[in-house]
Design a protein around this ligand. Structure first.
Ligand code: NAP
Length: 291
């Protein structure tokens, strides 16, 4: 890679960021496309974010990603939001157009693309989503925007995200044709009923993520049936206990690897106007993605 006087800067702002796969993915994609861009990681938290954004904007950064803990804090620092980012209330990608910063959320797009990549179409169908955090919110909003018919969201009543998720469901119900309903995840009969009419069950909580790999958000294995697609936003481990048990019951399953890939591909497109060479990036960094 040759850094020149014209090289455009893109970056990831979060804390911690050193473990991220995003610099590998984007820098290789820039190289393969012959684009004079570079992607760097900066360890920035909520307190340092305003100064970092002001400085990067002054330096003419083309755009940046946000990860924990900055996805909510960034919203007030932007000039505009995409419809999905507005609905979600969180941003993971910013585009700088001559000093005007627009926020997008590509996590939901990434997940919906990973569903399509696995060979499924959930438009017009019912889905059940476990969790109410950042990933769940982005996915539910995008699923509603993309034409999923009904979304049943299950969360702990004590969740710090409960009210926000209720507001999201209300907004979906009042502005889109999708029906969204928030349930307490202790309500087993509601869970049973929702899953029985769902085409897809998604774990969007961190339950089952390394190192706590012996836990699953679903304790009742009788909910699994062979025509229920079961997926997980988690990609470490590649096969969570949830996916392992669903697979044993005959369900098609896929993990969060390609959600990660496609959220990046959408950010790449927003910054460069070009498609990420997904096939090559998949082979190089995601060859063990599971379908
Ligand atoms: P987050 O905003 O902190 O949300 C975490 C969610 O998990 C909350 O709803 C939380 O519920 C729930 N949860 C945690 N422990 C639970 C338990 N024991 N029982 C029930 N619910 C529990 O985190 P996030 O950003 O959404 O991330 C969630 C997972 O998605 C992480 O594993 C992350 O690595 C993964 N992720 C993957 C991608 C990808 O590209 N594949 C992208 C983003 C995130 P409470 O509010 O009740 O605590």
């Amino acid at each position: 890679m040759n850094i020149t006087g014209h090289t455009q800067l893109t970056a990831l702002l979060g804390s911690p960021v050193a473990h991220s796969i995003s610099p590998l993915m984007h820098n290789e994609a820039f190289r393969l496309r012959g684009l004079d861009y570079v992607y760097l990681c900066f360890d920035i938290n909520e307190n340092t974010l305003p100064a970092a954004v002001a400085g990067l904007k002054e330096c003419g950064i083309r755009g940046f990603n946000l990860t924990m803990p900055n996805k909510n804090r960034i919203v007030d620092l932007l000039d505009d939001l995409s419809p999905a980012a507005r609905l979600i209330g969180a941003v993971n990608t910013v585009v700088n157009d001559n000093g005007r910063l627009t926020g997008y959320n590509t996590d939901g797009i990434g997940y919906m693309q990973s569903v399509a990549d696995a060979g499924y179409d959930i438009k017009g169908k019912t889905i059940t989503v476990m969790g109410a955090g950042g990933a769940a919110t982005a996915i539910c909003a995008q699923a509603a925007l993309d034409g999923v018919d009904e979304i049943h969201i299950f969360a702990r009543r004590t969740s710090r995200f409960w009210e926000r998720t209720q507001r999201l469901a209300d907004t979906i119900n009042s502005t889109l044709s999708c029906r969204a309903c928030l349930h307490e995840n202790q309500d087993h009969s509601a869970l049973k009923s929702a899953v029985s009419k769902s085409a897809l069950l998604l774990n969007a909580t961190s339950v089952g993520m390394a190192p706590n790999t012996d836990t699953s958000i679903i304790s009742d294995r009788s909910l699994f049936r062979p025509d229920l697609i079961v997926s997980d936003v988690i990609y470490n481990p590649k096969e969570t206990l949830l996916l392992n048990q669903a697979k044993a019951a005959g369900c098609p399953t896929f993990n969060g690897m390609y959600m990660l890939l496609y959220q990046g591909a959408e950010a790449f497109r927003l910054w460069t106007g070009k498609d990420m060479p997904v096939k090559e990036i998949k082979e190089k960094f995601f060859s063990d993605g599971e379908h």
